[in-house]
Design a protein. Structure first.
Length: 351
């Protein structure tokens, strides 16, 4: 079976949309109002818990990409524009409801560090850092995955079997075979140089724009597990079956070669390491989710997984195939875990 996915190794798109969930080319849309906080996690006058140094009603600004925006969870908020795919069930909304904070959520699927600091990701949607002020008391941020091309690369690494080939690689046995050239890992080089600098600049910009805020930099949960949490027979679960010929695809699959699971785990570990280093240099709290979620990656099955697997959608002729929203992003259990970890950090810093 031959399937074409419109994906490239350096910022993949499938069916015309990046993995972060934002339509290619951007959508002309004006920013929606930021208040009131939409359901299902509204701020109340009597929150379940209070922080001593960030009392109820304090301004909380959430920054970041699709992992902070709750992409694929439903309950679309339409903020800061509908193209962002932000969910009212994302971890910022849960944290705001827990502590009774006035949330200004500008998270947006597909965001890079430049979209946080300087770029208009969409018309009418200014750089996220502009939401900050000296009134801001809590800031959360998840960023860096799109800078590193981690998500776009993952979308381009979908494979036909545990041993390849990958869909988009012209019979390449794995993504690693095209990204590691003469022993040099192109993604690793980018993460150690440009991504590391971008993260440092972003955290510095956040600190300047919100001088009175507690800043929490939130890492990414494991998408690709380490060897200790990889089943003996591997992780591979095919995204295609006989039903795909009729346009019906299996759900929650994991179509990555054994080689790429190991490779992409290493890429994510590098991103986690540079994020941790950038946070320490900036003097902000880093919530490291990578190590604690190795047994909860999208490789895991059932209720153990905190990250959704891959589900495809497409026409019966298989000429165009899309990723269903939320693929390789935190599911409901994963977002609840993210919120729990951020709440713990907020207690330790401001409780």
């Amino acid at each position: 079976m031959f399937v074409v996915l419109t994906a490239g190794l350096g910022g993949a798109t499938i069916g015309g949309a990046p993995l972060g969930g934002v339509p290619a080319g951007g959508q002309a849309a004006e920013a929606a109002p930021m208040w009131p906080v939409p359901e299902p996690y509204p701020v109340t006058d009597h929150p379940p818990e209070r922080l001593a140094n960030v009392p109820p009603g304090s301004e909380y600004v959430a920054l970041g990409d699709s992992y902070s925006a709750g992409y694929g969870l439903g309950h679309r908020s339409g903020l800061p524009t509908a193209a962002c795919g932000q969910s009212a069930a994302d971890y910022p909304h849960r944290v705001a409801a827990r502590f009774g904070l006035a949330l200004h959520d500008v998270t947006c699927g597909g965001a890079t560090s430049r979209d946080v600091t300087s770029d208009f990701q969409f018309r009418g949607v200014p750089p996220q850092v502009r939401a900050l002020s000296d009134r801001t008391r809590l800031v959360t941020l998840t960023i860096g995955g799109n800078d590193a091309d981690l998500f776009g690369t993952a979308a381009a690494c979908l494979a036909l079997s545990a041993h390849g080939p990958v869909f988009s690689g012209r019979d390449a046995p794995s993504c690693e075979s095209g990204l590691v050239v003469d022993g040099a890992d192109q993604l690793g080089v980018k993460i150690q140089s440009r991504v590391a600098l971008s993260l440092a600049d972003t955290l510095a910009a956040v600190r300047r724009a919100a001088p009175n805020a507690v800043v929490v930099f939130v890492g990414y949960p494991a998408i690709f597990p380490d060897a200790a949490h990889t089943p003996k027979d591997g992780c591979f679960r095919s995204a295609l079956d006989l039903g795909s010929l009729a346009g019906a695809f299996p759900s929650n699959t994991y179509p990555f070669t054994d080689r790429d699971v190991t490779y992409l785990h290493g890429v994510q570990r590098e991103l986690d390491d540079v994020s941790k280093t950038a946070a320490a240099a900036a003097g902000v709290r880093f919530v490291d989710l990578f190590a604690s979620t190795q047994g909860h990656s999208a490789c895991a099955t059932g209720k153990k997984a905190y990250v959704s697997g891959v589900t495809l959608d497409g026409a019966s002729d298989l000429q165009t195939i899309d990723l269903v929203p939320g693929a390789l992003h935190p599911n409901g259990r994963g977002v609840a875990y993210l919120a729990k970890r951020v709440e713990r950090a907020a207690r330790e810093l401001a409780g």
